[in-house]
Design a protein around this ligand. Structure first.
Ligand SMILES: N[C@@H](CCC(=O)N[C@@H](CS)C(=O)NCC(=O)O)C(=O)O
Length: 365
């Protein structure tokens, strides 16, 4: 049945397109224009300016969304705030810079932003070719597809590549997404027409209007967008199918910064790790005043005896400020993903290591 439908769609979609958009992943840095800075320059620039310029999407459901008043909220946005709280003592001292997927790495290289928290996947080419480094993964994701069984009858969460043969598949340009789907379809021996647009919300509009049979991106983006459409009352959205059950790629999402600024890298990394350690040890924004010296490790991390933050150029209470402002990793996750979007942490790779997940921080020692 599925095979026959696949053939039908193959007849309807005549063109097998290679990826449409410009590709950031193949950008190479030329000598003398590497975007590299001596270690410590980014910290000094942020401290002089008094604000952190944080690159985000602004339209990534649950991760960074900018509303009509210009307020930016979300999982990634909260990590920007955590860094501002750690570096400047003020979680609101963030200037959010909304960037499309295709714009983001140039913005980082050209010093337009201090750090990038934009659903960004850590890959080998981005790490080695583009002049960036990556911090700890904050969200372990994987690429999936979403379709409407009214358009693609028989589609279920157990469907695989056979279900997309002949389909028009849409996503945003400058992403791992477009590469994975192109490569995956080739390997599976199915023919798709890939249409890339500038932003994922545009891909969603094309999907809803029927221009695309399917949309594809990180699973978090699909679950988030489906939940948002259900909340908005979009007809039939509750029937949209996200598949396959096992994602078609690994998408470790986390912060990126310019390479060769080790001081700044330490600061970003340890701000993220502080949220992990607080989560691991039950330290929350509500109880941190009582818990901050409950163990020698917590005392070190939150500014007590043996603290290591001043050695990084921060105040000793930098991470105390960060957790007070945005909470631990679990609080950030709950506030932005589980609460509003029903994106469960339980059972995912984003659980703590002791609970079967991959969230693991080195010791604060
Ligand atoms: N993780 C992938 C995909 C990133 C991506 O663009 N994700 C979409 C899905 S949520 C997004 O951010 N959309 C918001 C937008 O286009 O502004 C990458 O790093 O290339």
């Amino acid at each position: 049945m599925l095979k026959r439908l696949a053939v039908l769609f193959a007849v309807l979609a005549l063109v097998a397109a290679a990826c449409g958009g410009s590709s950031d992943d193949t950008t190479t840095t030329t000598e003398g224009d590497s975007g590299q800075e001596p270690s410590g320059e980014t910290l000094a620039a942020v401290q002089d300016r008094g604000t952190l310029v944080c690159g985000v999407s602004g339209s990534a459901v649950g991760f960074s969304e900018t509303d009509a008043e210009g307020n930016t909220t979300g999982f990634d946005a909260d990590f920007c705030r955590a860094v501002a709280a750690a570096v400047l003592g003020d979680a609101e001292a963030v200037e959010f810079r909304n960037l499309t997927a295709a714009e983001r790495f140039e913005a980082l290289k050209n010093n337009e932003i201090d750090v990038l928290f934009r659903n960004t996947t850590f890959t080998q080419s981005r790490d080695t070719d583009i002049g960036m480094d990556f911090g700890p993964t904050t969200y372990f994701d994987g690429q999936q597809l979403m379709g409407n069984p009214e358009t693609l009858p028989g589609l279920t969460p157990a469907s695989g590549f056979e279900a997309i043969d002949g389909a028009v598949v849409c996503t945003n340009a400058g992403t791992t997404t477009e590469k994975n789907i192109t490569e995956g379809a080739e390997v599976a021996g199915v023919t798709i027409t890939l249409q890339t647009v500038e932003t994922f919300p545009e891909a969603m509009e094309a999907f809803k209007s029927g221009t695309c049979d399917l949309v594809t991106t990180d699973g978090s983006g699909l679950y988030g967008n489906r939940a948002a459409e259900i909340n908005a009352g979009t007809e039939g959205a509750e029937n949209w199918v996200i598949f396959p059950e096992a994602p078609i790629s690994k998408e470790p999402l986390g912060p990126a910064y310019r390479q060769n600024d080790s001081t700044w890298a330490d600061i970003i990394n340890w701000t993220v790790y502080a949220t992990f350690i607080a989560d691991e040890q039950g330290v929350t924004s509500a109880n941190i005043d009582d818990m901050m010296d409950a163990t020698p490790e917590l005392a070190r991390l939150f500014g007590g005896e043996g603290e290591l933050q001043t050695a990084m150029g921060l105040s000793s209470d930098a991470f105390l400020n960060a957790i007070k402002a945005v909470g631990n990793y679990g609080e950030i996750y709950e506030r932005n993903l589980t609460g509003p979007l029903n994106l469960a942490r339980e059972g995912s790779y984003n659980m703590q290591w002791l609970d079967g997940g991959l969230i693991y921080a080195p010791p604060a020692r």
